[in-house]
Design a protein around this ligand. Sequence first.
Ligand SMILES: Nc1ncnc2c1ncn2[C@@H]1O[C@H](COP(=O)(O)OP(=O)(O)OP(=O)(O)O)[C@@H](O)[C@H]1O
Ligand SMILES: [Mg+2]
Length: 226
Amino acid sequence: MKHVYTGKTKDVFELEDGNYLLKFKDDVTGEDGVFDPGANSVGLSIEGAGKAGLKLTQFFFEKLKEKDIPNHYVDADIEKQEMKVAPATVFGNGLEVICRFRAVGSFLRRYGAYVEEGQALDAFVEVTIKDDERLDPPISNDALDMLGILTKEEYEVLKGLTKDISLVVKEELAKKGMELYDIKLEFGRNKANEIILIDEISGGNMRVYKDGKYILPLDLEQLLLG
Ligand SMILES: Nc1ncnc2c1ncn2[C@@H]1O[C@H](COP(=O)(O)OP(=O)(O)OP(=O)(O)O)[C@@H](O)[C@H]1O
Ligand SMILES: [Mg+2]
């Protein structure tokens, strides 16, 4: 097993069969010892965080598999906190694709002059580039094309997949009386050059509310699967 990458919340290994192994750690992002899923540095370690993240990730990827939505998932071992996935190459240095159902977070900070807090948005998709140093700036469809990160055709595929996947997650949460406000996804190209969903789908990637109250990422696993 070859070590490929040390991430903030996961370590990545290459297996002998060519697949990748994602090892979910108990480290979570945050600042000054306070958990913040949007932060760009590891703030603290919370026992059980890795397992909770992997359980949710496994649950959602199994749903996507049932619906034939292209993704990297092969299988998972919850006890070992490991997930086997198909390797992918990311776009540029990596993109984050956000799907919004309500105006909160950075969307509200940017466009607050035009929307009310919590206003409904119709599965609105936007892309940011992964660049910790530059605080993950948003990027337009035209800029992605001009900078050679993603073609216009690929952008449309990415956008469609993002909506489909986000609606699956929204539906599953709704079954337990929860509402998805927004979600952040990662994509890559597999060996066949197809665009597939990669990485994880867990509490740290989304904002979820129940009865108008924000659900903490680490409580989500219990509420959905407990
Ligand atoms: N199927 C895959 N193929 C290749 N890389 C993957 C795959 N799935 C996830 N990754 C990458 O593995 C890394 C997982 O580690 P982690 O989420 O801890 O990274 P990170 O520290 O958050 O860094 P990043 O800012 O890149 O997300 C991410 O860089 C993610 O893009
Ligand atoms: Mg990550």
